[in-house]
Design a protein around this ligand. Structure first.
Ligand SMILES: Cc1ncc(COP(=O)(O)O)c(C=O)c1O
Length: 402
């Protein structure tokens, strides 16, 4: 067996299942889960129609590069979304079967494990695939803590030079899961300078980019690069997905775009890995990327939900409207003595609401677990259900505090 498999950590939801295994939820309440970050708004009819209308595609093998029409639609979307951004559909774009597999596969493409101390820098807390991708590629993850005092941004200047010297890949997530933080142009500028100095690749995970709460849409990595004159996107790959934008987590569709040299190597890797996108999914994806009306509607639903839920919770705990994404990343009140796991267990037992302990989304690293004492709440259910969950959490906290 591949010995690296034994280095993989249990997934947060597996740990949550074990944490709750001996808890009996209060049967007086109907169960509500804010645990898993899976979109639950309805899938737009136009995507379903495109899918069922293209079944003839079952009869042919797809190419890994994807159809030109698909890549053109993706390139057009990037231009519309990011202020006229120019991304060449022939050399700078590849379809992927969701950003998860692409994040993983990109690390396998980029990492040279024969280099001593091969390192992948990840945010902390983070999406667990980054860590698994680094480990299975034969590299060592290094976790850079997000700081509440910086609106959950990361102090990249605090990463030691000895770490950057061994870094081959940097994962960033903007808007962040679980923090919702969006990276600004200054932060990108610093990361590009570091990438130029030390030669590492930046993988920018942007799958929450279309769910935002401010007027200004989140800055994209490629957009930042172009604004700084890096129109070849040197050493940068951005990853995006339809899962959250279009409420199709089951479609498995996204794309990567950026540095043509990286895309070329990634295409080679993917050809052998066998990760071409089904022709049916390609057709449905063209329909989805070409339509913006359903995205505007989806965003409005999240905005309404967050506008109702956030003030309720802010009355009893340290939580604020994030820049973007569909999570609330809250600090638990002092009465819980920092135990996010105890909070999660008791809340389930008394009020039948599931929340994810923040420490499960982070690692103890650089002397801190930046998820400890926090919980993540995914506001993916319908508004009424999320409001009810929030009301129960308010009652729960008030019963503890008084
Ligand atoms: C930060 C982050 N990146 C990537 C993904 C993967 O999404 P998908 O593979 O559906 O595109 C998720 C899914 O929850 C996520 O939270």
């Amino acid at each position: 067996m591949n010995p690296l498999l034994s280095r993989l950590q249990p997934y947060p939801f597996e740990r949550l299942r074990q944490l709750h295994a001996d808890v009996t939820p209060n049967p007086a309440y109907k169960p509500i889960s804010l645990g898993i970050g899976e979109p639950r708004h309805a899938t737009p009819q136009l995507i379903k129609d495109a899918l069922t209308g293209s079944l003839a595609g079952l009869a042919s093998y797809p190419g890994t590069l994807g159809e030109p029409k698909l890549r053109q639609t993706m390139s057009d979307w990037l231009a519309r979304r990011y202020g006229g951004l120019k991304v060449d559909m022939a050399t700078q774009i590849l379809p992927v079967n969701g950003s998860r597999e692409a994040l993983f596969a990109l690390a396998q493409t980029v990492i040279d494990p024969s280099q001593p101390g091969a390192t992948v820098v990840c945010p902390n807390p983070f999406y667990q695939i980054y860590e698994g991708a680094a480990l299975l590629a034969g590299a060592q993850p290094w976790f850079a803590p997000s700081e509440a005092a910086r609106n959950f941004g990361i102090d990249w200047a605090a990463v030691p030079e000895s770490v950057w010297q061994k870094t081959q890949l940097l994962f960033v997530c903007s808007p962040g899961n679980p923090t919702g933080a969006v990276m600004g142009l200054d932060e990108w500028k610093l990361l590009f300078e570091l990438s130029d100095r030390y030669g590492f690749v930046i993988a920018s995970d942007e799958c929450y980019s279309e769910i935002y709460f401010r007027d200004e849409p989140p800055l994209g990595g490629l957009q930042a690069a172009a604004q700084l004159g890096r129109i070849d996107f040197k050493n940068l790959i951005s990853l995006t997905s339809l899962s959250k934008r279009s409420n199709v987590p089951g479609l498995r569709s996204g794309f990567v775009a950026g540095d043509a040299a990286l895309i070329k190597s990634f295409l080679l890797y993917r050809t052998y890995h066998g990760s071409a996108m089904s022709p049916i999914v390609q057709t449905a994806s063209i329909a989805a990327w070409a339509d913006e009306a359903h995205v505007v509607d989806n965003r409005a639903q999240y905005r309404e939900k967050f506008a109702q839920v956030t003030p309720l919770l802010a009355g009893v705990m340290d939580v604020a409207l994030p820049d973007a994404g569909f999570y609330l990343w809250a600090a638990i009140p002092e009465v819980f003595k920092g135990s996010d796991t105890a909070f999660s267990r008791e809340l389930l037992a008394l009020y039948n609401v599931v929340v994810l302990p923040g420490s499960y989304l982070a690692r103890d690293a650089q002397g801190v677990n930046p998820g400890a004492g926090r919980i993540r709440m995914a506001l993916v259910a319908e508004t009424a259900e999320c409001v009810e969950a929030a009301q129960r959490i308010v009652q729960f906290i008030q019963s503890k505090v008084h």
